[in-house]
Design a binder for this molecule. Structure first.
Ligand SMILES: *Cc1c(COP(=O)(O)O)cnc(C)c1O
Length: 496
Protein backbone atom coordinates (compact mmCIF):
# COMPACT_ATOMS: atom_id res chain seq x y z
CA UNK A 1 0.00 0.00 0.00
CA UNK A 2 1.28 3.43 -1.00
CA UNK A 3 0.47 6.70 0.71
CA UNK A 4 -0.11 9.82 -1.32
CA UNK A 5 -0.53 13.44 -0.29
CA UNK A 6 -3.91 15.18 -0.52
CA UNK A 7 -2.16 18.12 -2.20
CA UNK A 8 0.29 16.27 -4.41
CA UNK A 9 -0.59 12.76 -5.54
CA UNK A 10 2.81 12.27 -7.17
CA UNK A 11 4.26 11.98 -3.68
CA UNK A 12 4.08 8.32 -2.76
CA UNK A 13 5.54 6.52 0.27
CA UNK A 14 5.28 3.31 2.18
CA UNK A 15 3.41 3.55 5.47
CA UNK A 16 6.59 3.68 7.57
CA UNK A 17 7.80 6.79 5.76
CA UNK A 18 4.36 8.43 5.83
CA UNK A 19 4.05 7.87 9.58
CA UNK A 20 7.58 9.06 10.26
CA UNK A 21 6.99 12.28 8.34
CA UNK A 22 3.50 12.84 9.77
CA UNK A 23 2.66 15.73 7.47
CA UNK A 24 3.67 15.89 3.81
CA UNK A 25 6.25 18.56 3.07
CA UNK A 26 3.98 20.71 0.91
CA UNK A 27 1.39 20.78 3.68
CA UNK A 28 -0.90 17.97 2.49
CA UNK A 29 -2.02 14.98 4.54
CA UNK A 30 -1.03 11.41 3.79
CA UNK A 31 -3.82 9.06 2.76
CA UNK A 32 -3.69 5.46 1.55
CA UNK A 33 -3.96 5.24 -2.23
CA UNK A 34 -7.21 3.39 -1.74
CA UNK A 35 -9.50 2.35 1.07
CA UNK A 36 -9.42 -1.45 1.10
CA UNK A 37 -12.81 -3.18 1.26
CA UNK A 38 -13.38 -6.24 3.42
CA UNK A 39 -13.44 -9.54 1.60
CA UNK A 40 -16.75 -11.42 1.48
CA UNK A 41 -17.58 -12.67 4.98
CA UNK A 42 -14.55 -11.00 6.57
CA UNK A 43 -16.47 -8.45 8.62
CA UNK A 44 -18.92 -11.11 9.81
CA UNK A 45 -16.04 -13.36 10.79
CA UNK A 46 -15.01 -10.78 13.41
CA UNK A 47 -18.28 -11.23 15.31
CA UNK A 48 -17.51 -12.60 18.76
CA UNK A 49 -13.77 -12.11 18.29
CA UNK A 50 -11.61 -9.97 20.60
CA UNK A 51 -10.51 -6.41 19.83
CA UNK A 52 -7.09 -7.68 18.82
CA UNK A 53 -8.54 -9.59 15.86
CA UNK A 54 -10.39 -6.56 14.55
CA UNK A 55 -7.25 -4.47 14.96
CA UNK A 56 -5.13 -6.98 13.06
CA UNK A 57 -7.69 -7.42 10.30
CA UNK A 58 -7.98 -3.67 9.67
CA UNK A 59 -4.36 -2.65 10.17
CA UNK A 60 -2.75 -5.31 8.02
CA UNK A 61 -4.59 -3.96 5.00
CA UNK A 62 -2.83 -0.60 5.37
CA UNK A 63 0.53 -1.32 6.97
CA UNK A 64 1.65 -3.71 4.26
CA UNK A 65 5.31 -2.93 4.92
CA UNK A 66 4.94 -4.40 8.44
CA UNK A 67 5.21 -8.16 8.99
CA UNK A 68 2.40 -9.95 10.83
CA UNK A 69 4.70 -10.42 13.82
CA UNK A 70 5.54 -6.72 13.94
CA UNK A 71 1.93 -5.72 13.68
CA UNK A 72 0.83 -8.13 16.40
CA UNK A 73 3.63 -6.84 18.62
CA UNK A 74 2.29 -3.28 18.17
CA UNK A 75 -1.28 -4.39 18.83
CA UNK A 76 -0.53 -6.55 21.85
CA UNK A 77 1.66 -4.02 23.58
CA UNK A 78 -0.99 -1.30 23.15
CA UNK A 79 -4.28 -3.10 23.75
CA UNK A 80 -3.91 -5.15 26.88
CA UNK A 81 -5.38 -5.17 30.36
CA UNK A 82 -2.47 -3.28 31.84
CA UNK A 83 -3.19 -0.30 29.65
CA UNK A 84 -6.95 -0.48 29.27
CA UNK A 85 -9.30 -0.93 32.20
CA UNK A 86 -11.73 -3.13 30.23
CA UNK A 87 -10.93 -6.40 28.45
CA UNK A 88 -13.09 -5.31 25.49
CA UNK A 89 -10.78 -2.23 25.18
CA UNK A 90 -13.72 -0.22 23.79
CA UNK A 91 -16.94 -1.58 25.37
CA UNK A 92 -20.31 -1.00 23.73
CA UNK A 93 -22.96 -0.14 26.31
CA UNK A 94 -26.68 -0.07 25.38
CA UNK A 95 -28.32 3.25 26.24
CA UNK A 96 -31.84 2.32 25.08
CA UNK A 97 -33.51 0.17 22.38
CA UNK A 98 -31.58 1.70 19.53
CA UNK A 99 -28.58 3.64 20.86
CA UNK A 100 -25.27 2.21 22.01
CA UNK A 101 -22.49 4.11 23.73
CA UNK A 102 -19.05 3.17 22.41
CA UNK A 103 -16.81 3.86 25.42
CA UNK A 104 -13.42 4.93 24.11
CA UNK A 105 -12.07 6.24 27.41
CA UNK A 106 -10.77 3.23 29.34
CA UNK A 107 -7.11 3.89 28.50
CA UNK A 108 -4.47 5.34 30.82
CA UNK A 109 -5.57 8.99 30.52
CA UNK A 110 -9.35 8.48 30.41
CA UNK A 111 -9.84 10.05 26.96
CA UNK A 112 -10.32 8.50 23.53
CA UNK A 113 -6.96 9.76 22.27
CA UNK A 114 -5.37 6.88 24.18
CA UNK A 115 -6.68 4.37 21.65
CA UNK A 116 -4.42 5.89 19.00
CA UNK A 117 -1.62 7.24 21.17
CA UNK A 118 -0.99 3.92 22.86
CA UNK A 119 -0.10 2.30 19.54
CA UNK A 120 1.41 5.21 17.58
CA UNK A 121 4.77 5.05 19.44
CA UNK A 122 5.09 1.38 18.49
CA UNK A 123 4.28 2.17 14.85
CA UNK A 124 6.89 4.92 14.94
CA UNK A 125 9.63 2.80 16.46
CA UNK A 126 9.19 0.25 13.70
CA UNK A 127 8.92 2.97 11.07
CA UNK A 128 12.20 4.48 12.21
CA UNK A 129 13.94 1.13 11.89
CA UNK A 130 12.36 0.37 8.53
CA UNK A 131 13.39 3.69 7.03
CA UNK A 132 16.98 3.23 8.21
CA UNK A 133 16.80 6.17 10.57
CA UNK A 134 19.46 5.98 13.27
CA UNK A 135 18.48 9.04 15.30
CA UNK A 136 16.48 9.22 18.50
CA UNK A 137 13.10 10.71 17.69
CA UNK A 138 12.08 13.62 19.88
CA UNK A 139 8.33 14.18 19.97
CA UNK A 140 7.37 17.79 20.59
CA UNK A 141 3.81 18.53 21.68
CA UNK A 142 1.94 21.70 22.52
CA UNK A 143 -1.24 20.72 24.28
CA UNK A 144 -4.47 22.34 25.38
CA UNK A 145 -5.15 19.39 27.66
CA UNK A 146 -5.93 15.84 26.60
CA UNK A 147 -3.37 15.25 23.86
CA UNK A 148 -0.29 16.07 25.95
CA UNK A 149 -1.05 13.56 28.66
CA UNK A 150 -2.10 10.86 26.20
CA UNK A 151 1.14 11.37 24.24
CA UNK A 152 3.23 11.27 27.45
CA UNK A 153 1.63 7.97 28.45
CA UNK A 154 2.08 6.56 24.95
CA UNK A 155 5.75 7.46 24.59
CA UNK A 156 6.76 6.87 28.22
CA UNK A 157 9.92 4.68 28.17
CA UNK A 158 9.51 3.76 24.49
CA UNK A 159 12.96 2.88 23.21
CA UNK A 160 14.51 5.26 20.69
CA UNK A 161 12.18 8.14 21.58
CA UNK A 162 11.96 11.13 23.87
CA UNK A 163 9.02 13.41 24.39
CA UNK A 164 8.70 17.04 25.45
CA UNK A 165 5.26 18.46 26.21
CA UNK A 166 4.46 22.14 26.64
CA UNK A 167 1.20 23.24 28.17
CA UNK A 168 -0.08 26.78 28.73
CA UNK A 169 0.28 27.66 32.39
CA UNK A 170 -3.10 29.34 32.42
CA UNK A 171 -4.86 27.23 29.83
CA UNK A 172 -5.46 23.74 31.24
CA UNK A 173 -7.51 22.46 34.15
CA UNK A 174 -5.88 21.59 37.50
CA UNK A 175 -6.53 17.95 36.91
CA UNK A 176 -4.98 18.03 33.44
CA UNK A 177 -1.95 19.87 34.84
CA UNK A 178 -1.56 17.32 37.62
CA UNK A 179 -1.79 14.48 35.11
CA UNK A 180 1.15 15.90 33.19
CA UNK A 181 3.50 17.11 35.94
CA UNK A 182 3.37 13.72 37.70
CA UNK A 183 4.19 11.76 34.54
CA UNK A 184 6.65 8.91 35.06
CA UNK A 185 9.28 7.73 32.57
CA UNK A 186 12.97 8.34 31.93
CA UNK A 187 12.46 9.84 28.46
CA UNK A 188 9.82 12.49 29.22
CA UNK A 189 9.94 16.20 29.98
CA UNK A 190 7.17 18.71 30.62
CA UNK A 191 7.24 22.50 30.70
CA UNK A 192 4.60 25.07 31.62
CA UNK A 193 4.66 27.99 29.23
CA UNK A 194 3.66 31.38 30.61
CA UNK A 195 0.64 32.41 28.56
CA UNK A 196 -2.19 30.72 26.69
CA UNK A 197 -2.35 27.79 24.24
CA UNK A 198 -1.38 29.98 21.30
CA UNK A 199 1.86 30.90 23.08
CA UNK A 200 2.73 27.23 23.60
CA UNK A 201 1.71 26.20 20.10
CA UNK A 202 3.44 29.16 18.49
CA UNK A 203 6.65 28.29 20.33
CA UNK A 204 6.52 24.66 19.23
CA UNK A 205 5.89 25.60 15.60
CA UNK A 206 8.89 27.91 15.73
CA UNK A 207 11.14 25.11 16.97
CA UNK A 208 9.86 22.79 14.23
CA UNK A 209 10.67 25.25 11.47
CA UNK A 210 14.12 26.20 12.85
CA UNK A 211 16.46 24.48 10.36
CA UNK A 212 19.55 25.59 12.22
CA UNK A 213 18.31 23.95 15.41
CA UNK A 214 17.50 20.75 13.50
CA UNK A 215 21.11 20.59 12.33
CA UNK A 216 22.48 21.22 15.80
CA UNK A 217 20.52 18.42 17.41
CA UNK A 218 21.08 16.09 14.43
CA UNK A 219 24.78 16.20 15.30
CA UNK A 220 23.85 14.93 18.72
CA UNK A 221 21.76 12.11 17.21
CA UNK A 222 18.25 13.57 17.55
CA UNK A 223 15.44 14.41 15.14
CA UNK A 224 12.16 16.16 15.90
CA UNK A 225 8.76 14.69 15.15
CA UNK A 226 5.15 15.27 16.12
CA UNK A 227 2.33 13.10 17.43
CA UNK A 228 -0.26 15.36 15.90
CA UNK A 229 -3.70 14.03 15.02
CA UNK A 230 -3.08 14.41 11.30
CA UNK A 231 -0.60 11.50 11.37
CA UNK A 232 -1.99 8.45 9.57
CA UNK A 233 -0.71 6.39 12.50
CA UNK A 234 -3.29 8.10 14.69
CA UNK A 235 -6.20 7.74 12.29
CA UNK A 236 -5.80 4.07 11.44
CA UNK A 237 -6.30 2.77 15.01
CA UNK A 238 -9.57 4.69 15.16
CA UNK A 239 -11.10 2.79 12.22
CA UNK A 240 -10.74 -0.38 14.27
CA UNK A 241 -13.25 0.43 16.99
CA UNK A 242 -16.03 1.16 14.51
CA UNK A 243 -15.42 -2.18 12.82
CA UNK A 244 -15.25 -3.84 16.23
CA UNK A 245 -18.54 -2.28 17.37
CA UNK A 246 -20.36 -3.50 14.26
CA UNK A 247 -18.97 -6.98 14.89
CA UNK A 248 -20.24 -6.76 18.46
CA UNK A 249 -23.70 -5.69 17.36
CA UNK A 250 -23.70 -8.69 15.04
CA UNK A 251 -22.60 -11.13 17.71
CA UNK A 252 -25.16 -9.78 20.18
CA UNK A 253 -27.91 -10.14 17.60
CA UNK A 254 -28.69 -6.41 17.60
CA UNK A 255 -28.17 -6.25 13.82
CA UNK A 256 -28.14 -8.86 11.08
CA UNK A 257 -25.50 -9.08 8.37
CA UNK A 258 -25.90 -6.08 6.07
CA UNK A 259 -28.16 -4.08 8.41
CA UNK A 260 -27.18 -0.45 8.50
CA UNK A 261 -26.24 1.57 11.57
CA UNK A 262 -25.80 5.27 12.30
CA UNK A 263 -22.63 6.54 13.92
CA UNK A 264 -22.72 9.74 15.96
CA UNK A 265 -19.41 11.40 16.89
CA UNK A 266 -18.59 14.45 19.06
CA UNK A 267 -16.26 16.22 16.69
CA UNK A 268 -13.34 18.64 16.90
CA UNK A 269 -10.55 18.10 14.43
CA UNK A 270 -12.72 15.69 12.36
CA UNK A 271 -10.36 12.75 12.99
CA UNK A 272 -12.70 10.47 14.88
CA UNK A 273 -15.65 10.87 12.51
CA UNK A 274 -13.36 10.50 9.49
CA UNK A 275 -12.31 7.12 10.87
CA UNK A 276 -16.01 6.16 10.89
CA UNK A 277 -16.23 7.25 7.24
CA UNK A 278 -13.26 5.02 6.35
CA UNK A 279 -14.85 2.12 8.26
CA UNK A 280 -17.95 2.61 6.11
CA UNK A 281 -15.91 2.66 2.92
CA UNK A 282 -14.32 -0.61 4.00
CA UNK A 283 -17.75 -2.16 4.30
CA UNK A 284 -19.38 -1.38 7.64
CA UNK A 285 -22.99 -0.71 6.57
CA UNK A 286 -23.81 2.90 7.47
CA UNK A 287 -27.04 4.83 7.08
CA UNK A 288 -25.95 8.20 8.56
CA UNK A 289 -22.82 9.69 10.04
CA UNK A 290 -23.98 12.26 12.58
CA UNK A 291 -21.47 15.02 13.27
CA UNK A 292 -21.99 16.62 16.70
CA UNK A 293 -20.45 19.98 17.61
CA UNK A 294 -20.57 22.37 20.53
CA UNK A 295 -21.16 26.10 20.10
CA UNK A 296 -18.10 26.18 17.83
CA UNK A 297 -20.40 24.90 15.12
CA UNK A 298 -18.35 25.52 12.00
CA UNK A 299 -18.85 21.89 10.92
CA UNK A 300 -22.61 21.98 11.44
CA UNK A 301 -22.82 24.90 9.04
CA UNK A 302 -20.43 23.25 6.61
CA UNK A 303 -22.35 20.00 6.44
CA UNK A 304 -25.62 21.88 5.95
CA UNK A 305 -24.40 24.41 3.36
CA UNK A 306 -21.13 23.21 1.83
CA UNK A 307 -19.51 26.45 2.97
CA UNK A 308 -16.64 26.24 5.45
CA UNK A 309 -16.18 29.59 7.17
CA UNK A 310 -13.84 29.98 10.11
CA UNK A 311 -14.47 33.72 10.38
CA UNK A 312 -16.60 33.56 13.48
CA UNK A 313 -16.48 34.02 17.24
CA UNK A 314 -14.50 31.43 19.15
CA UNK A 315 -16.27 30.08 22.24
CA UNK A 316 -14.67 28.50 25.28
CA UNK A 317 -17.04 25.70 26.26
CA UNK A 318 -17.37 22.88 28.80
CA UNK A 319 -16.33 20.45 26.04
CA UNK A 320 -12.90 22.06 25.46
CA UNK A 321 -11.48 19.30 23.25
CA UNK A 322 -14.03 20.32 20.63
CA UNK A 323 -13.25 24.03 20.79
CA UNK A 324 -11.79 24.12 17.30
CA UNK A 325 -12.45 26.31 14.27
CA UNK A 326 -10.17 24.60 11.76
CA UNK A 327 -10.85 20.87 11.52
CA UNK A 328 -7.70 19.66 9.80
CA UNK A 329 -8.82 16.14 8.95
CA UNK A 330 -11.72 17.40 6.86
CA UNK A 331 -9.14 17.78 4.08
CA UNK A 332 -8.98 13.99 3.78
CA UNK A 333 -12.75 13.73 3.31
CA UNK A 334 -12.70 16.40 0.60
CA UNK A 335 -9.86 14.60 -1.15
CA UNK A 336 -11.81 11.36 -1.18
CA UNK A 337 -15.11 12.92 -2.25
CA UNK A 338 -13.47 14.94 -5.02
CA UNK A 339 -12.12 11.75 -6.58
CA UNK A 340 -8.58 12.51 -5.37
CA UNK A 341 -8.51 15.94 -6.96
CA UNK A 342 -5.28 17.37 -5.52
CA UNK A 343 -5.74 20.70 -7.33
CA UNK A 344 -9.23 21.25 -5.97
CA UNK A 345 -8.21 20.32 -2.43
CA UNK A 346 -5.16 22.58 -2.62
CA UNK A 347 -7.34 25.46 -3.76
CA UNK A 348 -9.82 24.99 -0.89
CA UNK A 349 -7.00 24.91 1.65
CA UNK A 350 -5.41 27.96 0.12
CA UNK A 351 -8.69 29.84 0.41
CA UNK A 352 -8.99 28.69 4.01
CA UNK A 353 -5.54 30.11 4.72
CA UNK A 354 -6.07 33.39 2.96
CA UNK A 355 -9.72 34.39 3.40
CA UNK A 356 -10.73 31.77 5.95
CA UNK A 357 -13.57 30.43 3.81
CA UNK A 358 -14.29 28.07 0.93
CA UNK A 359 -17.31 26.53 -0.75
CA UNK A 360 -17.13 22.97 -2.06
CA UNK A 361 -18.36 21.72 -5.45
CA UNK A 362 -21.94 20.58 -6.06
CA UNK A 363 -20.75 17.02 -6.37
CA UNK A 364 -19.13 17.08 -2.91
CA UNK A 365 -22.18 18.84 -1.49
CA UNK A 366 -24.50 16.13 -2.67
CA UNK A 367 -22.25 13.32 -1.41
CA UNK A 368 -22.13 14.98 2.00
CA UNK A 369 -25.90 15.44 2.03
CA UNK A 370 -26.44 11.77 1.21
CA UNK A 371 -24.40 10.53 4.14
CA UNK A 372 -23.84 13.14 6.84
CA UNK A 373 -26.12 14.86 9.30
CA UNK A 374 -24.97 17.55 11.68
CA UNK A 375 -26.13 19.38 14.76
CA UNK A 376 -24.76 21.33 17.70
CA UNK A 377 -25.49 21.97 21.35
CA UNK A 378 -24.51 24.86 23.61
CA UNK A 379 -23.32 24.34 27.20
CA UNK A 380 -26.81 24.70 28.62
CA UNK A 381 -28.18 22.04 26.27
CA UNK A 382 -25.21 19.79 27.02
CA UNK A 383 -25.77 19.95 30.78
CA UNK A 384 -29.50 19.35 30.31
CA UNK A 385 -28.65 16.26 28.23
CA UNK A 386 -26.21 14.90 30.82
CA UNK A 387 -28.88 15.24 33.49
CA UNK A 388 -31.67 13.76 31.37
CA UNK A 389 -29.59 10.79 30.25
CA UNK A 390 -28.62 10.06 33.84
CA UNK A 391 -32.14 10.39 35.17
CA UNK A 392 -33.78 8.40 32.38
CA UNK A 393 -31.12 5.83 31.51
CA UNK A 394 -28.88 5.77 34.57
CA UNK A 395 -25.88 6.55 32.41
CA UNK A 396 -23.42 9.30 33.35
CA UNK A 397 -21.66 10.83 30.38
CA UNK A 398 -18.93 13.44 30.11
CA UNK A 399 -19.48 16.83 28.47
CA UNK A 400 -18.20 15.81 25.02
CA UNK A 401 -20.33 12.68 24.96
CA UNK A 402 -23.21 14.82 26.25
CA UNK A 403 -22.98 16.92 23.10
CA UNK A 404 -23.17 13.78 20.95
CA UNK A 405 -26.11 12.26 22.80
CA UNK A 406 -28.05 15.54 22.70
CA UNK A 407 -27.43 16.00 18.99
CA UNK A 408 -28.49 12.40 18.40
CA UNK A 409 -31.72 12.91 20.35
CA UNK A 410 -32.53 15.99 18.31
CA UNK A 411 -31.85 13.99 15.15
CA UNK A 412 -34.24 11.23 16.24
CA UNK A 413 -36.92 13.79 17.13
CA UNK A 414 -36.60 15.45 13.73
CA UNK A 415 -36.38 12.31 11.60
CA UNK A 416 -37.99 9.50 13.59
CA UNK A 417 -35.07 7.36 12.44
CA UNK A 418 -34.81 4.24 14.61
CA UNK A 419 -31.71 2.79 12.96
CA UNK A 420 -29.39 1.30 15.60
CA UNK A 421 -26.89 4.02 16.43
CA UNK A 422 -23.39 3.87 17.84
CA UNK A 423 -22.52 7.02 19.80
CA UNK A 424 -18.82 7.59 20.40
CA UNK A 425 -18.05 8.45 24.01
CA UNK A 426 -14.73 10.24 24.07
CA UNK A 427 -13.94 10.91 27.73
CA UNK A 428 -14.65 9.64 31.21
CA UNK A 429 -17.08 11.89 33.11
CA UNK A 430 -14.45 11.99 35.86
CA UNK A 431 -12.16 13.91 33.59
CA UNK A 432 -14.64 16.77 33.56
CA UNK A 433 -16.24 16.23 36.96
CA UNK A 434 -16.96 19.87 37.71
CA UNK A 435 -18.98 20.54 34.56
CA UNK A 436 -20.73 17.19 34.86
CA UNK A 437 -21.76 17.88 38.47
CA UNK A 438 -22.94 21.36 37.52
CA UNK A 439 -25.55 19.65 35.38
CA UNK A 440 -27.18 18.53 38.63
CA UNK A 441 -27.23 21.98 40.23
CA UNK A 442 -24.97 20.84 43.04
CA UNK A 443 -23.10 23.23 45.27
CA UNK A 444 -19.47 22.94 44.22
CA UNK A 445 -18.06 26.05 45.84
CA UNK A 446 -14.62 25.55 47.37
CA UNK A 447 -14.45 21.89 46.39
CA UNK A 448 -11.05 20.72 45.24
CA UNK A 449 -10.55 18.33 42.35
CA UNK A 450 -10.44 15.21 44.46
CA UNK A 451 -13.55 16.15 46.40
CA UNK A 452 -15.27 16.57 43.04
CA UNK A 453 -14.22 13.04 42.07
CA UNK A 454 -15.76 11.73 45.28
CA UNK A 455 -18.97 13.66 44.71
CA UNK A 456 -19.27 12.30 41.19
CA UNK A 457 -18.65 8.79 42.44
CA UNK A 458 -21.47 9.14 44.91
CA UNK A 459 -23.79 10.58 42.28
CA UNK A 460 -23.01 8.15 39.47
CA UNK A 461 -22.29 4.98 41.43
CA UNK A 462 -19.33 4.18 39.15
CA UNK A 463 -15.74 3.75 40.37
CA UNK A 464 -13.20 6.56 40.06
CA UNK A 465 -10.59 5.56 37.45
CA UNK A 466 -7.22 4.92 39.12
CA UNK A 467 -5.56 7.15 36.53
CA UNK A 468 -7.30 10.13 38.13
CA UNK A 469 -7.90 9.01 41.73
CA UNK A 470 -4.27 8.03 42.34
CA UNK A 471 -2.92 11.38 41.14
CA UNK A 472 -3.34 12.59 44.70
CA UNK A 473 -0.51 10.36 45.86
CA UNK A 474 1.88 11.02 43.00
CA UNK A 475 5.03 13.06 43.26
CA UNK A 476 5.25 16.26 41.23
CA UNK A 477 8.23 15.83 38.92
CA UNK A 478 8.05 18.82 36.61
CA UNK A 479 8.02 22.34 38.02
CA UNK A 480 9.59 24.36 35.20
CA UNK A 481 7.77 27.51 34.22
CA UNK A 482 9.23 29.11 31.16
CA UNK A 483 8.77 32.09 28.91
CA UNK A 484 7.70 31.47 25.35
CA UNK A 485 11.08 32.77 24.12
CA UNK A 486 12.91 30.16 26.18
CA UNK A 487 11.17 27.06 24.85
CA UNK A 488 13.95 26.26 22.39
CA UNK A 489 16.59 26.58 25.10
CA UNK A 490 14.50 24.24 27.25
CA UNK A 491 14.48 21.56 24.53
CA UNK A 492 18.15 22.19 23.79
CA UNK A 493 19.15 21.71 27.42
CA UNK A 494 17.12 18.51 27.62
CA UNK A 495 18.93 17.10 24.58
CA UNK A 496 22.43 17.82 25.87
C1 LIG B 1 -9.93 15.18 20.82
C2 LIG B 1 -11.27 14.98 21.44
C3 LIG B 1 -12.46 15.11 20.68
C4 LIG B 1 -12.47 15.50 19.21
O1 LIG B 1 -12.00 14.48 18.38
P1 LIG B 1 -11.58 14.80 16.86
O2 LIG B 1 -10.97 13.57 16.35
O3 LIG B 1 -10.59 15.93 16.96
O4 LIG B 1 -12.80 15.21 16.12
C5 LIG B 1 -13.67 14.87 21.31
N1 LIG B 1 -13.72 14.57 22.62
C6 LIG B 1 -12.60 14.45 23.39
C7 LIG B 1 -12.74 14.13 24.84
C8 LIG B 1 -11.34 14.65 22.82
O5 LIG B 1 -10.25 14.54 23.60
Amino acid sequence: MKYISTRDTSISYKSAEAMKQGLSKEGGLFVPENIVPFEAGELESLAGKPYRDAAFCVMKKYLTDFTDEELLDCIDSAYNEKRFAKPEITPLVPLNDSAYILELFHGPTCAFKDVALQILPKFLTYSIKKTGEDKTVVILVATSGDTGKAALEGFCDVEGTRIVVFYPDDGVSNMQKLQMVTQSGANVNVGAVKGNFDAAQGGVKKIFTDEEFAKVIAKRGFMLSSANSINWGRLLPQIVYYVYSYARLLSEGRVKTGDKINICVPTGNFGNILAAYYAMKMGVPVNRLICASNENNVLTDFIKTGIYDKNRTFFTTISPSMDILVSSNLERLLFDMSGKDEKLVSSYMKELNTVGRYEVSDSIKSQIADLFCAGFLDDKGTKATIRKVFEENGYMCDTHTGVAVGVYENYVNETGDKTPTVIASTASPYKFSKSVLEAFDMNLLEKDDFELLDMLKEKSGTPIPDALGLLKTKEIRFKDKINKEDMKAFVDAYLK
